[in-house]
Every structure is written in C-alpha cells, then in structure tokens.
Design a protein around this ligand. Structure first.
Ligand SMILES: C[S@@+](CC[C@H](N)C(=O)[O-])C[C@H]1O[C@@H](n2cnc3c(N)ncnc32)[C@H](O)[C@@H]1O
Ligand SMILES: [Zn+2]
Length: 285
C-alpha cells in the first residue's frame, strides 16, 4: 500500500529542534522528508510514522504495547463491559453527550479550504460513523485520525474496509501514526478536534491539550473525554473498586480542566457517565 497523495499535503514534520519544526513533507516512497529540517519519517503499509520512537516513553510506551496486542478486545470492552461495570448507560448514550458538544450540526462550508475534523487517539475508529451521522446533510468534511498504536490503526482500517461508507465526505479517512504530544499538522488546520479515552494515561496531558488547541482553527470546539468518577454523585464500594481497577490504580484520574490552555473560552466540565467526564472548550474566535 502506498501513501495516499491526499494525505501528504496537510501533514507536517513533528520534529522538535527544540521548537516544533512543522515543515511541509514530500513523499519519497519509503519515507516522507521534511522540506525544512530534512528529517525523514518512515512510511509502511501506506501509513506515515510521524513520531520519534525514542521519545515514546513511560506510560505512552506501555499503553502502546497493550493497545497493539489487545486491539481486538477494545470495542467489545467499550460496548459491553464498561456499561456493565458502571451499572448504567450504554456506549451510545455516552458518545451522544460528547458528540453533542462537538456541535457538528453547526459546521458550514468554508471558502478557503475543506472542512476538517480531527480525532486524536482514534483507536479502532469507533467514533467515525457517529460523527458522519451528525454532520449536516450533504456537507463535505474530511475526517483526519491519528493514533500511536499500529494495532489499533490496523483495526480502524479493517472497520473501513468492512464499511466503506463509514466516513463522511469522500469516504477516505486520512490516517497518521503519531504521538498526541506532537501532532503532525499545521496550526489552525481543523474545524473540530476531539479525543476520547486516553489522555489520562499520557505522559504530559497539558502538552496534548496545547497541541489540540494549536491545530484547531479560531473558535473551534475541542472535546476531550476520559475517566473520572462523577464527583457530584455518591458511589458504592463496588463502583469505587471497579473504577480503581479500570483506571489501573492511577492515583488521581480526573478531568484536566486546570490544564486547558490559557485564553480558551467556553470551558465546560460535565460527566458523560458515572466513570467518564467530558471537557469541552474553544479556541478564542
Ligand atoms: C481507549 S482507546 C480509545 C479509542 C477511541 N478514541 C475510542 O473512543 O474508541 C485509547 C487510544 O489512545 C491511543 N494512544 C495512547 N497514547 C497515545 C499517544 N501518546 N498518542 C496518540 N494516541 C495514543 C491508543 O493507542 C488507543 O488507540
Ligand atoms: Zn522538520
């Protein structure tokens, strides 16, 4: 499989030297090469690998190992296990809460460039169809998705192969294998940015939020979902014990509201379910 020419134009060099390079990339077959710093990034199976492996450390490395090997278990766990463990809700009800905050129905065509939605840590692509269903009818939108796990992206591609009409617009999901701490896209390139279920395990959630804000166009909603035991409700011993286990005994899984980039507006913290918060904010318009 070769790299899709439609993808290369927007991708940028994620090197930090020490500032982010973000140079444009040229397709050189087995690599994409940065026009600015000369870094060469491997391309395999038509997928550009836009991250420095030596910088994937600690939790990020451990989680990548887990997701690479257990990608097939991810979707059943989210669909069946989490609602059972929470003793409430459904995957669909939870996705409804955060997708509403993305305000996809408010998207309107742009005259300067295509509309673009970015999913950070897209995993197996479980959100793609739900996003497509909430877009205004007939609106042409590009779906961009990135993840650090080869196993999860392989599952995403299988999902697309099973259902080629899953993605909005031309049906092509623009994929990159990359690290959420150094997104391989230019500033202000996306009209909606979202992330579900991973940031609590990242090495540096503040940096990941800053990256999401950097690549979002002015006034863009950014939505982030991950684990937090609903602070406004009482929980049984069972719920507390299960929550500790599903968060791998993390000391303080919580909504990173305090890490939202300075200057963000319309910051809203809510619960999407007993175990998951939904944090939304906008870049200044
Ligand atoms: C729990 S899954 C969620 C997948 C998807 N967003 C969903 O809701 O179904 C978390 C995903 O985050 C990815 N991930 C973990 N660390 C990452 C990082 N530093 N950069 C990009 N993706 C990362 C994992 O590979 C995994 O696919
Ligand atoms: Zn570069």
């Amino acid at each position: 499989m070769t790299l899709d020419a439609r993808d290369v134009g927007l991708l940028r060099c994620p090197a930090k030297t020490p500032r982010p390079c973000l140079g444009a990339l040229s397709d050189a077959g087995a690599t994409v090469v940065c026009d600015r710093c000369g870094a060469a990034w491997p391309v395999r199976d038509g997928l550009a690998r836009l991250y420095r492996d030596d910088l994937v450390r600690g939790n990020d490395r451990l989680l990548r190992f887990v997701y690479d090997r257990f990608a097939a278990l991810h979707d059943p766990a989210v669909r069946w296990l989490i609602p059972v463990l929470q003793t409430e809700g459904s995957e669909r009800a939870m996705r409804d809460v955060y997708l509403r905050r993305l305000a996809l129905d408010a998207l309107r065509p742009r005259s300067d460039r295509p509309l673009r939605v970015l999913e950070v840590g897209a995993g197996t692509g479980a959100n793609i169809g739900a996003v497509r269903d909430r877009l205004p009818r007939g609106l042409d939108v590009e779906y961009w998705a990135m993840d650090l796990s080869e196993g999860m992206l392989a599952a995403l591609r299988e999902r697309l192969a099973r259902d080629p009409r899953l993605a909005p617009g031309d049906g092509h999901v623009r994929l990159a294998m990359a690290d959420a701490h150094a997104l391989p896209y230019p500033d202000g390139a996306f009209d909606r940015v979202f992330h579900t279920g991973g940031i609590g395990g990242y090495n540096d959630p503040r940096a990941a939020l800053a990256e999401m804000a950097r690549v979002a166009a002015p006034g863009t909603p950014i939505v982030v979902v991950d684990e937090q035991l609903d602070p406004s409700r009482a929980h049984s011993l069972y719920h507390r014990a299960v929550f500790r286990a599903v968060t791998f005994y993390d000391r303080d899984p919580h909504c990173p509201r305090e890490l939202v980039p300075a200057g963000s507006v319309d910051v809203i913290e809510e619960q999407a379910s007993r175990f998951f918060y939904c944090l939304s904010f906008k870049t200044p318009g």
